[in-house]
Ligand binder design. Structure first.
Ligand code: FAD
Length: 523
């Protein structure tokens, strides 16, 4: 059984081949005794600015394992039981709505059992989608069905492709391995903070679709779910584009958090929905060189990756928090609207993260007490109102309202430098936001500056408005992962309120596919 060695450190710029002698020394054996060494984890320890280290966990196989006993940072590798997928046959008609991570991974997992499904995606394939998005960013011409939120690959396709998740799930490795199989960089298997980058993610998404089609899945683009047939409390059919009705026994509903028409449809049908908290705010942008200097110190080694940050602030009196989120080193702020007449900002990076700016969401928590009314759709209305205000403030052309960070916190001064296209319009951003949200963000920014000296900078710019942070409601499901109100309806992913981020959405899609497979296997 191989050994797991933790806390091997190298200085930035040192070749990773130097890990072999380090591992041999830690194990107390000669280097020649090592027959295999693989990276399990690689992270950056930047706690001491002058002595930044790369920290590794490695797996080592020895010619004679009996010579070493586990001690300190040396442990035996616990091998997990391999995942098993019984081959199933079924006449059940499964429909998957949405080709984001939840829908795609539900499909890949069903394929593993030998099952197939019809996959409906309202947007276009990833290549046509990329040109629609590019036109929006250049000319401000929004395509409501093909944009940063909608289309093949889902919301994260124009993203940094960060794969970090707090979810502990035995399927994490399965997801990462599938992503590498379809073209993601292999280092996601061991990086402490794995990311793919929008450029590589698009090819991965295309590869998954091709595999699904090869294995018998039917994939329909520009195919929007517009109706669901219900009989005796269970799903019997789906209606596509208000025209085509198809029988359906199991509906995997993975529409993401921006499918407002789909939420309204569910509400009309009496599907159990509930309000849930989420977060809204702004996007902050700094020069990447400044963030590198704050996090790594001056004269940091050029081999270090572009620096990241994650900050939180809690106001214990109001109970509201502010936090940074979805940080994109070397990235750009993107126009992420999906609805005409609304401005939404978000961020993305390429694999190399080599752009001149760093951006991050800077958001404050909001909940049912901030919404108007008790309807489960109240959170959607809350988002929509902020997006409309931002649209008007930007000049009604999808330009984003923007302000220097110094101006926003009332110190005055600073420059507006933004990578957002089609452009920005200077505006008093606090006047767009609910007063408690603006106040919490200001307190949060001052707090972040105490943790990261230089965060408050004349070179930092804020753009508005960041509203699509997570689902504004939950499509409530029971222990069998079916809707509480409708049998055969399997809400999943971020839009259902059971995930936040690419990894957790993929894992939730897998969970639903496993539940369907288990039910079929038991019937
Ligand atoms: P989605 O990815 O939203 O997919 C839902 C799909 O369903 C969409 O393709 C949509 O077109 C389709 N759909 C909706 N309604 C219908 C309908 N009625 N009929 C047919 N199809 C429909 N997360 C990270 O973990 N890391 C990141 O770096 C990151 N960066 C991001 C950057 C941006 C710009 C954005 C917008 C999001 C980012 N996220 C990131 C969040 C991440 O993208 C989401 O958490 C994730 O995509 C959710 O997956 P999902 O499958 O649940 O939903």
């Amino acid at each position: 059984m191989p050994f797991l060695l933790r806390n091997l450190t190298l200085s930035p710029g040192v070749e990773e081949s130097a890990l072999r002698p380090l591992a041999a020394a830690k194990l107390g054996v000669r280097e020649a005794e090592i027959t295999a060494l693989t990276l399990v984890r690689k992270g950056v320890d930047a706690r001491k600015k002058g002595a930044i280290k790369l920290v590794y966990t490695v797996q080592v196989t020895l010619r004679d394992e009996a010579r070493v006993r586990p001690h300190g940072d040396v442990a035996r590798v616990e091998t997990a039981a391999p995942l098993r997928f019984p081959k199933l046959t079924s006449s059940e008609r499964i429909v998957i709505v949405g080709m984001g991570p939840a829908g795609l991974f539900a499909a890949l997992r069903l394929a593993q059992y030998g099952l197939t499904a019809r996959v409906l995606e309202r947007g276009r394939d990833v290549d046509r989608r990329a040109s629609d998005v590019s036109r929006f960013w250049r000319l401000g011409e929004l395509c409501p069905q093909s944009n940063v939120q909608f289309g093949e690959g889902g919301a994260g396709t124009f993203s940094d492709g960060k794969l970090t998740t707090r979810v502990k799930d035995p399927n994490c490795g399965w997801v990462l391995e599938r992503l590498v199989e379809f073209g993601a960089p292999p280092e996601i298997l061991y990086a402490a903070k794995p990311h793919i980058g929008t450029d590589r993610l698009r090819a991965v998404v295309r590869g998954i679709r091709e595999r699904l089609i090869e294995t018998g899945f039917q994939v329909g683009f520009e195919s929007r779910l517009t109706g669901i047939g219900i009989g005796q409390g269970r799903v019997t059919s789906v209606v596509v584009n208000d025209a085509d009705e198809q029988p359906c026994d199991a509906l995997v509903l993975a529409p993401g958090h921006s499918a407002r028409d789909t939420y309204a449809l569910l509400h009309r049908l009496g599907v159990t929905l509930e309000q849930k908290p989420f977060a809204v705010g702004l996007r902050v942008e700094h020069p990447q060189a400044l963030i590198n200097e704050i996090q790594y110190g001056r004269n940091a080694h050029p081999a270090l990756p572009p620096a990241e940050y994650a900050q939180t602030y809690n106001n214990e009196t109001t109970g509201r928090s502010a936090y940074s989120f979805c940080m994109c080193p070397g990235g750009v702020v993107v126009a992420a609207a999906s609805e005409a007449g609304g401005v939404v900002v978000n961020g993305m990076s390429g694999y190399r993260r080599n752009g001149p700016y760093a951006n991050s969401a800077l958001v404050a928590t909001v909940g049912p007490a901030d919404f108007t009314g008790n309807s489960p759709l109240a959170g959607v209305e809350f988002q929509r109102e902020l997006e409309r205000r931002a649209f008007v403030a930007g000049g009604e052309s999808y330009r984003a309202p923007a302000q220097s960070l110094l101006d926003f916190i009332g110190r005055g001064g600073g420059r507006i430098l933004s990578s957002y296209r089609p452009g920005v319009t200077e505006y008093d951003l606090a006047s767009l936001l609910p007063t408690p949200v603006a106040a919490t963000l200001r307190e949060g920014i001052e707090h972040f500056d105490r943790k990261m000296r230089g965060f408050v900078s004349a070179e930092a710019t804020l753009t508005a408005v960041e509203t699509r942070t997570s689902a504004p409601l939950r499509i409530v499901r029971g222990g069998d992962l079916q809707s509480l109100s409708h049998r055969g309806l399997y809400p999943t992913g971020e839009g259902a309120g059971y995930a936040g981020g690419i990894m957790s959405a993929a894992l939730d899609g897998i969970r639903v596919a496993d539940a369907i497979a288990a039910r079929i296997a038991g019937s």
